[in-house]
Ligand binder design. Sequence first.
Ligand SMILES: [Zn+2]
Length: 398
Amino acid sequence: MSVERLQCVTCSRTYDIMDVRYTCDCDGLLSVERSGIIDRDAFDDRRTSRADIDRSGVWRFREAVLNLDKVVTHPEGGTRLYRRNALLFKHEGENPTGSFKDRGMTVAVTQAVRVGATAVACASTGNTSASLAAYAAQAGLRAIVFVPSGKISSGKLAQTLAYGATCLQVRGDFDASMRLVREACDRLGIYLVNSINPFRIEGQKTIIWELLQDLAWEPPDWIVVPAGNLGNTSAFGKALREAFAYGWITRMPRLASIQAHGANPFYRSYRESFATRHRISAETIASAIRIGDPVSYDKAVAAIGETRGIVEEVTDDEIMAAKREIDGMGIGCEPASAATLAGVKKLHAAGVMKESEQIVCVLTGHILKDPEANYRPENVVEIDPTIEAVEKVLSSRN
Ligand SMILES: [Zn+2]
């Protein structure tokens, strides 16, 4: 059995896996690392098991996530892969609380219990807070969420409150909430479960592994992901690096991280070959990626480098047009998720992606997460309660 440790991605200093810390003394990000080679045979066998820990699309891979037998699992993962118009969509909105966040949260909350925490906290644009609230409720921990006041969707806020979390609405943007929650956790002894927490990243890796498993470990050419705080870009890079190192795959897919034009600090850095780290004031309709100072920047830069990845930006109009297309396929997603399809269209047009290549878009949130973005008044007609009124509407609208 391999020994798990925390390791700084900047200076390589290591810390014990049970240390409650989120960054290195040098301020670098920490990563969970392990030695040795892990075999993937058991992962396929577990798909027919009836135990929750095996049915979970996260803990099925536990030797390469966090090697424990006692875990806080809903269970999560096991999300569908949809094939539409030569594209594949891995729908992470099908997780228990409706977003990919459950994959990282099951691991972070498991670690919180393991280190004896009694309260957990995060800053969130909405999906993380809902996930945290649900897993904390399951584990019997107090949950405190910091959200930018008036900046998260009503669906996500209501969901968070329903699971019983205490919600602190911070006057400021997401980045202000992030700074405050880090200070609060340091000073008040609360366990922080934002994606700066390296255990979150370990869980999010399994999006890629489950996808590869669904494709019989035959990697696609491209994996496309919405990019905000860069936790997924980081996790996907680590998942692919490890899958390749362990011999689970023999070819490396390319990552395409797609940002919204109004929240594009990573894209700006990419355009300058990452010479400068940008921090901006973010604005986009895609609230889940409305982030101007992404926490996982350093890990994401490495992920793009290791996968010959690219970063692209799309406008809000392109995002909403793509969302209508995904909704129109009968799949549906929240706006941020649609940045993937918008990005694919742009990269196809530019000749970066080829028609012959297999592309997987990772949809991160459920269609019901952002109710305001779904309403289409042109599809609603108020009528008198008569058959003539019905006929009139149907004949005027094919
Ligand atoms: Zn360090």
